[in-house]
Write a protein that binds this ligand. Structure first.
Ligand code: SAH
Length: 214
């Protein structure tokens, strides 16, 4: 597909995001910078900028653009934030956070997906640090994080993630089995935690990874 058409489709996607209530200009401009089609197989390029999830390797999905935008907006990302993502998948969400100037760490449990995505990310944004392992354990070696984003449906808020969230930190995590409620968890400067709910979503499940430790 020609790049002129793809760039036009991307501009339409940004309009759709505005119409769906995304107002954070930093989120919109990051999503305008990152080429979503590069994160899916070429047979899907004609749909890469539709507001729909798409299949990626290992039976997983790249989240739909409005969900990526919504979670990123809730995360309230600032330049130089240190962010942990659980559920690298295609790498698209990580690349959007990287385009916002954040220092990004992302964990994926599927080895095959991890290997494929590492190759793509090394070309697009080599500063992003990817690890294969169990997201329930977080990424202790690099903790704490000011921001944590989970992009798979979690059965609960994993205690390790909560303890790796820095004071004044924010975690955005879809919680529930089958369908999820989007939660924003805010830790204040004293370590007190409050929780807000932001509607129903459907994500692929967060599953334990038994063979590897991070
Ligand atoms: N953020 C991704 C969305 C991928 S879908 C993107 O932009 O494409 C969610 C991903 O979470 C899947 O790749 C799935 O394999 C991964 N996942 C599920 N359980 C996990 C766990 N316990 N630890 C790490 N990743 C996990």
């Amino acid at each position: 597909m020609d790049s002129f058409l793809l760039q036009g489709a991307k501009r339409n996607m940004i309009e759709t995001l505005r119409n769906k209530g995304i107002t954070d200009e930093n989120v919109l401009s990051a999503m305008e910078k990152v080429d979503r089609h590069l994160f899916v197989e070429s047979y899907l390029w004609s749909r890469a900028y539709n507001d729909t999830p798409l299949p990626i390797h290992c039976g997983q999905t790249i989240s739909q653009p409005s969900t990526v935008a919504f979670q990123t907006q809730l995360l309230s990302v600032g330049k130089n934030d240190k962010i942990l993502e659980i559920g690298t998948g295609s790498g698209y969400q990580a690349a959007v956070l990287g385009a916002m100037g954040a220092k990004v760490f992302s964990v994926e449990r599927h080895v095959d997906l991890f290997v494929k995505t590492k190759e793509i990310i090394s070309k697009i944004d080599p500063k992003i640090i990817l690890r294969c392992g169990d997201g329930f354990a977080g990424l202790l070696a690099f903790a704490p994080f000011n921001r944590i984003i989970v992009t798979c449906g979690a059965p609960n808020v994993p205690p390790a993630l909560l303890s790796q969230l820095a004071p004044d930190g924010i975690m955005v995590i879809p919680v529930g089995q089958g369908k999820q409620v989007m939660k924003r968890i805010i830790k204040d400067s004293n370590g007190e935690v409050t929780e807000e709910s932001y509607g129903d979503f459907v994500f692929v499940p967060m599953l334990e990874h038994k063979s590897k430790r991070n």
